[in-house]
Design a protein around this ligand. Structure first.
Ligand SMILES: Cc1ncc(COP(=O)(O)O)c(C=O)c1O
Length: 365
């Protein structure tokens, strides 16, 4: 048996492809999805880094042990990388769990949550289930945040302000100085949650992570995730970062815990800076190709700081979405009130080629 046959038979072909710098996991994923191109959930199409894959395979040997040791190791690593003490970090089953728990804590007992619209809705949905009232501030004409209005709408009853930076679905970034000034002022009045799920993709030099205000002991919660640049969405690792008294409150309400395979994968991936920069470069290239395509087609779009982009379809998104699906491409759900805009994730080169072909067919039909 030659090396290629062995790799194929041993199931290691996908890992080999990544090591060799080729395309990776999508073919495995797409097989189960009838070969649909997944551009609807802002996944990283290249799959986990080779180092993370190796660490995860080795983690099976620890499968019988509870996770205290790798859990503490990962908190310590993130603390070192972010320049904060480890007691400022809580691990969640994806950052989704941190969003849910914040929705629960600040949404129960008649909580009132203030958020831009449209934005990522997970915290608001959980808070709604807890009986909270959600106040929404529309994005402005440039689909940018209206920070003045956000500030004006904070009241004595506001229990939490949610911001997503860069925003999902628009990809628009809040200018760093503006955000900092807003957070400094607002955190004196209420809790501020800044969702930084796409932080690692940002290119803009004006970007600032609000972890700098967490360090100052302000009422700020920042969340990050291993799901995006680290391509570990299926492993469910996320982080809440805040001062210790907030971390203790959030921790008391957590219901899940993270597993050893995800922990070991994240430990390897957060140390693998090369993989992160390759991931970022590929995403940037994918975005440039997408912008060029949309420009050629005369479509309006927003320049995104995430691993996705938002563009004008000029027709109802539900109709556009099913037409794209018929051509084998999944794009994101509607984001009202922008019902003729589409959010599309950046896929592999092959995935984006299929997106481009589908788009031509759908727009020409
Ligand atoms: C802005 C934002 N925050 C949080 C999440 C949740 O990600 P996860 O639970 O995988 O960390 C997502 C997922 O798409 C997202 O777009």
């Amino acid at each position: 048996m030659n090396r290629r046959e062995w790799l194929t038979r041993s199931g290691a072909a996908a890992a080999y492809a990544v090591l060799a710098g080729c395309q990776s996991a999508p073919s495995l994923l797409q097989r189960g999805e009838h070969n649909l191109v997944r551009l609807h959930l802002n996944e990283n199409p290249y799959g986990p880094s080779p180092a993370a894959r190796k660490a995860m395979a080795e983690a099976f040997d620890e499968g019988h042990l509870y996770t205290g040791v790798p859990h503490n190791e990962l908190r310590k690593l993130i603390a070192e990388q972010e320049g904060i003490p480890a007691d400022h970090i809580v691990l969640g089953s994806g950052s989704g769990e941190i969003l849910n728990v914040a929705g629960l804590v600040y949404g129960m007992n008649g909580g009132e949550i203030l958020a831009p619209h449209p934005t990522f809705e997970q915290l608001q949905q959980y808070a709604t289930a807890m009986g909270a009232t959600i106040h929404r501030v529309p994005l402005n004409d440039r689909m940018d945040h209206d920070m003045e209005e956000m500030s004006r709408r904070i009241s004595a009853k506001t229990t939490l302000v949610y911001l997503c930076n860069p925003n999902n679905p628009t990809g628009v970034l809040i200018d760093g100085s503006l955000l900092r000034a807003f957070c400094e002022e607002a955190s004196g009045r209420t809790m501020v949650y800044v969702d930084e799920a796409y932080h690692e993709f940002v290119d803009s030099p004006t970007h600032r992570s609000m972890i700098e205000l967490v360090r100052q002991g302000r009422n700020i919660i920042v969340s990050r995730t291993a799901s995006k640049i680290h391509a570990l969405a299926g492993l469910r690792i996320g982080f809440g970062i805040a001062k210790p008294e907030i971390i203790r409150t959030l921790s008391r309400h957590m219901t899940g815990s993270v597993n050893v395979v995800g922990l070991r994968g994240a430990l390897a991936s957060y140390r693998d800076t090369e993989y992160q920069s390759i991931s970022k470069q590929r995403t940037r290239r994918g975005k440039e190709t997408l912008y060029a395509l949309l420009e050629r087609m005369g479509r309006r779009f927003l320049r995104s700081e995430g691993n996705f982009a938002f563009f004008h379809t000029g027709r109802p998104i539900e109709e556009f979405r099913s037409a794209m699906q018929k051509e084998g491409v999944l794009v994101a759900r509607p984001f009202p009130p922008f019902n003729d805009w589409c959010r599309v994730s950046i896929g592999t080169e092959e995935g984006m080629d299929r997106f481009a072909s589908a788009l031509q067919i759908v727009f020409n039909s």
